[in-house]
Design a protein around this ligand. Structure first.
Ligand SMILES: [Zn+2]
Length: 508
């Protein structure tokens, strides 16, 4: 049995979840469900990043104790994942004690190795990013933070630094030798370009308690806390028992894929591999950076007030239409433009017209002509279905392995279109009038069988909808196994139609 360890970034709890968080978790959920269906053992990790200056000031802004504030926001994430049917296996919080212990052990070990040193730092600081910048870097970025483009302030303080520079040649070589480590290609090129044009500066991994107190105490010096990113990245090893539970760690490590947003590429493609290398831990197989959802071609941000609220969307179109839209509309590496109209267009065309209509009218005929009981003598796949269904399994899996969700769905919807055309071409109402009952039975059996198979393939995308289809077909127990999604020759269907899966949404 293969293992599949997949992670989302841990989400920062300075504000409630928005559509960007939902997007990352839905991508991971779709992959996790697909891998489970294929028979793999899956560990899907998500969680919350709960330390740092920004969290402390958000709590102060809300007039709450920090821990209470953090618990509350963490609860909002939990709540959204439940609504979106996200099937994570473990939720890690960086305020939990076993994680803190791992962070301390790592810093102690790197200190003993000589990879951490203390020095006075003079330069600039971006508070929102909690990042230091040298005068040269600030000059190059025209006087602002090169990550977030906000104003930076001068700073002078003593801190602990991690020797990133020592590993810069190693990292370049590693990336050259492993071109699929960072995906998609555009992000790989971005990191390589950065390494070609910059000398890696050592990373400041402490913050003086006099300035930031909400963090893990720095094990080498109790006047400091650990830099929030250094703390956060280590969740991926602490969650699988690093240095505590060797069997568990060996079972899951390394991650098969780590999903991130492209805004945190540098942390995951530069800091993270170097931290692991310094620790002597093997690297994740793939870091995949997805694009951003923009609204009217602008990045979503609190200051612009254009953040898309996932709860409103779930209310308006339902969970599965939202999941489907996010996975179908753009390739995960690209940026997408979000609009309500685009979601509704997808729902009306693909889900209501194609899928919903197929299921509804097929079950309607099964009840009308056969009181819901449909069987076949030979169960042979109709000639008209062959092309689309023959390539479905391989085509779908090939796309899913590459995170080409649109491509995988194209294979499924080709089958749906073939079935809809089959109904129009066969004209079953004519068979009924001519009393060709056997022929009509074979015709309906083929459609039910086809619907059962496509629902299997759609399950990773729209679990709730597919459960409903399986329930209506009377085959609810066979949902989650790839090997069941094949043409069979012995099924007898006893179906019970429910209301349409996706009522069309009309906009005035
Ligand atoms: Zn910044």
């Amino acid at each position: 049995m293969n293992k599949f360890y997949i992670t989302t970034p841990i989400y920062y709890v300075n504000a409630s979840p928005h559509i960007g968080h939902a997007y990352t978790s839905i991508i991971c959920d779709c992959l996790a469900r697909y891998k489970r269906a294929a028979g793999d053992q899956v560990y899907y990790l998500t969680g919350t990043d709960e330390h740092g200056e920004k969290v402390a000031s958000a709590a102060a802004g809300a007039g709450q104790e920090i821990q209470a504030f953090v618990d509350n926001v963490k609860g909002n994430f939990d709540d959204l994942w439940q609504k979106l049917n996200i099937t994570y296996d473990f939720f890690i919080r960086t305020t939990q004690s076993d994680h803190k212990e791992v962070v301390k052990k790592v810093i102690t070990a790197l200190g003993e190795k000589g990879d951490i040193y203390k020095t006075k730092y003079q330069g600039f600081y971006c508070m929102p990013c909690e990042s230091f910048w040298t005068p040269t870097q600030v000059k190059e970025a025209c006087g602002v933070c090169s990550l977030c483009k906000r104003e930076v302030g001068p700073i002078e303080e003593e801190n602990y630094f991690f020797r990133l520079s020592k590993y810069s040649q190693w990292l370049k070589k590693y990336l050259e030798d492993n071109p699929s480590f960072i995906q998609p290609k555009i992000r790989y090129n971005e990191v390589m370009g950065f390494l070609d044009n910059n000398v890696l500066a050592d990373l400041c991994i402490s913050r003086p308690k006099s300035r930031v107190s909400w963090g893990i105490e720095f094990p080498l010096d109790s006047d400091y806390v650990v830099y929030v990113w250094f703390d956060a990245l280590l969740n991926y090893i602490s969650a699988v028992g690093y240095d505590v539970d060797r069997d568990k760690f060996n079972q899951w490590w390394p991650p098969d894929i780590q999903l991130i947003g492209k805004d945190i590429l540098r942390h995951h493609a530069i800091f993270w591999p170097i931290m692991l290398k310094a620790l002597g831990v093997s690297l994740p197989k793939v870091i995949f950076a997805h694009g951003w959802w923009k609204v009217d071609e602008e990045k979503m941000s609190k200051s612009k007030g254009n953040i898309v609220n996932p709860y409103t969307l779930i209310e308006d179109v339902g969970v599965d239409a939202l999941r489907y839209f996010l996975l179908r509309e753009i390739a995960p590496g690209a940026d997408g433009n979000f609009s309500h109209q685009a979601v509704i267009n997808r729902l009306n065309s693909d889900l209501a017209n194609d899928l919903g209509n197929l299921v509804y009218r097929t079950l309607n005929m099964a009840e009308k002509y056969f009181e819901g009981k449909v069987s076949s003598k030979d169960g042979v796949i109709p000639f008209e279905f062959k092309n689309a269904f023959d390539v479905l399994g391989k085509g779908y899996a090939g796309c899913m392995e590459k995170l080409d969700f649109g491509g995988a769905l194209d294979f499924v919807f080709d089958c749906i279109k073939v079935m809809n055309k089959y109904i129009e071409d066969t004209k079953p109402w004519g068979l009924w009038k001519e009393k060709k009952i056997d022929e009509l039975g074979e015709f309906l059996y083929a459609l039910l069988e086809g619907i059962r198979i496509v629902a299997g393939y759609l399950y990773s995308f729209m679990p709730q909808t597919c459960h409903s289809v399986f329930r209506q077909l009377g085959v609810d127990k066979e949902v989650v196994n790839f090997s069941e999604w094949k043409w069979s020759r012995k099924k007898v269907y006893s179906v019970k139609k429910e209301k349409p899966l996706f009522p069309r949404i009309e906009i005035e």
